[in-house]
Design a protein around this ligand. Structure first.
Ligand code: GAL
Length: 424
């Protein structure tokens, strides 16, 4: 090879090195994009897959790696995430609940990148509800995640024909459930209510607490205005214990899907679960809303919508931030929200999405949307909104003890001490 030829080659490759990154940027992101969540099955996985499929069309150079860790409400995924975040191995983007699960942990630790530029570019400041933005924004005005949905926690699920056959109606208070509905169903040999593993017991607790305390005192639990050892707060545990007495005894062995399925197949009358259960009934079980499955606010909570929101963000040190920004810029769009939510069971968080389209969003969604826009809104404990993980992780142990000993007084005192130590 001549000297001149070598010089030309070197010059060309230097030029290429200079030009290539600029070209790659112009062409959009490339490389791997690891998406971390706990959506591994049914409507949840279908929603995520629909997002990934459309994103892959928009960004063919990005290789999406869907690394979901199974376990309802993220019980397993969160532990894996913490290990990875603190071990210097963050996924590119991860699922996290709006509110304290995001703020008290990842934002407080300085481990999330602000996303305000994306919100400005996309015009989202006017499209996402202010109340939701408040949950994901810090005191300096930095916004840290993009919400994909609004879920409702306080929903009671049932099958109308089955209730008619068993001679019961949807109870409108826990008192009615415990004293009328439950004995009638037990006499007919039907399980009155299904409950699943530990986190679903916390999920039930928050519906019972909302009903027994009312929205103001429920909110006061998280602000310090409601005393956890008051008679009213102890009564929440008493009521929960009586509801558990009406339930399947193998609760710790059931996933949320198992518990919901027993209602769908006529073994049991009721289940309290967030509206990812609608996604499960629609997608996994192919049931029709209003006949195959039906819903009501959990007893005593009519007029109140207990919300939570699934979001994704950009952790500090993410391997491929350009691809994450593209993913997040897509997630919040009306198009993405309308692909995801009709199978997920949730409402779109972006108000510009097509929720008015009843072909896309069936009777369940129309009803939930009516309540979302007219009801009083409170936040979920079981899904990270109102309390820091420091509280909720320990609350799971309190629930575990309560589930085995039904000691309302002890649960109230332990919760009070925990609240003193962990709630801001
Ligand atoms: C919640 C989450 C929902 C759904 C549910 C069951 O925490 O917000 O999207 O995944 O858990 O796993």
């Amino acid at each position: 090879m001549s000297k001149r030829f070598v010089t030309v080659l070197i010059t060309l490759s230097l030029l290429a090195m200079l030009v290539m990154p600029a070209m790659a940027q112009e062409d959009g992101p490339s490389g791997d994009l690891e998406i971390f969540s706990w959506w591994t099955g049914g409507g949840e996985a279908a929603g995520l897959e629909a997002l990934i499929a459309r994103f892959a069309e928009l960004y063919p150079e990005v290789n999406v790696m869907n690394s979901a860790v199974a376990g309802g409400s993220g019980v397993n995924a969160r532990a894996v995430l913490t290990t990875r975040m603190l071990g210097g191995d963050p996924p590119d983007t991860f699922q996290v609940h709006a509110g304290e699960e995001l703020n008290a942990l990842w934002v407080a630790a300085g481990l999330m990148e602000p996303l305000n530029a994306i919100y400005e570019e996309q015009g989202w400041m006017d499209q996402f509800p202010q109340g939701l933005l408040n949950l994901i924004t810090d005191e300096e005005g930095n916004i840290y995640v993009v919400p994909v949905n609004i879920h409702r926690s306080n929903v009671m699920w049932y099958v109308p024909d089955n209730l008619a056959e068993w001679g019961v109606e949807v109870p409108t208070s826990w008192d009615q459930f415990i004293n009328e509905t439950c004995p009638t169903l037990q006499a007919a040999g039907v399980t009155p209510i299904t409950i699943g593993e530990n986190w679903t017991q916390v999920h039930l607790w928050e519906s019972v607490a909302l009903a027994e305390l009312g929205p103001e005192a429920y909110n006061g639990l998280w602000t310090g205005d409601t005393n956890w050892t008051s008679d009213e707060a102890v009564a929440v545990w008493d009521t929960l214990g009586q509801v558990m007495d009406c339930a399947n005894s193998d609760m710790n062995a059931l996933s949320w899907q198992d518990a919901a399925q027993q209602v769908a197949n006529g073994e049991a009358a009721f289940n309290i679960m967030g509206d990812w259960a609608a996604g499960y009934f629609l997608v996994d079980l192919a049931l029709e809303p209003e006949t195959g499955f039906a819903w009501a606010p959990s007893p005593g909570t009519d007029g109140v919508f207990m919300m939570l929101s699934d979001t994704f963000g950009l952790p500090v040190g993410a391997p491929n931030p350009d691809a994450v920004r593209a993913w997040l810029s897509f997630l919040g769009t009306p198009e993405a929200q309308d692909l995801f939510n009709p199978v997920k069971g949730s409402l779109p968080a972006n108000t510009a999405a097509d929720i008015g389209n009843s072909d896309l969003y069936n009777a369940y969604f129309q009803d939930a949307y009516e309540d979302w826009t007219n009801n009083e809104i409170v936040g979920s404990l079981a899904h990270g909104l109102v309390a820091a993980p420091a509280f909720s992780n320990q609350f799971a142990s309190i629930m575990s003890n309560f589930q085995s000993n039904h000691d309302a007084g002890a649960a109230a005192v332990s919760s009070a001490e925990l609240a003193l130590q962990t709630l801001r």
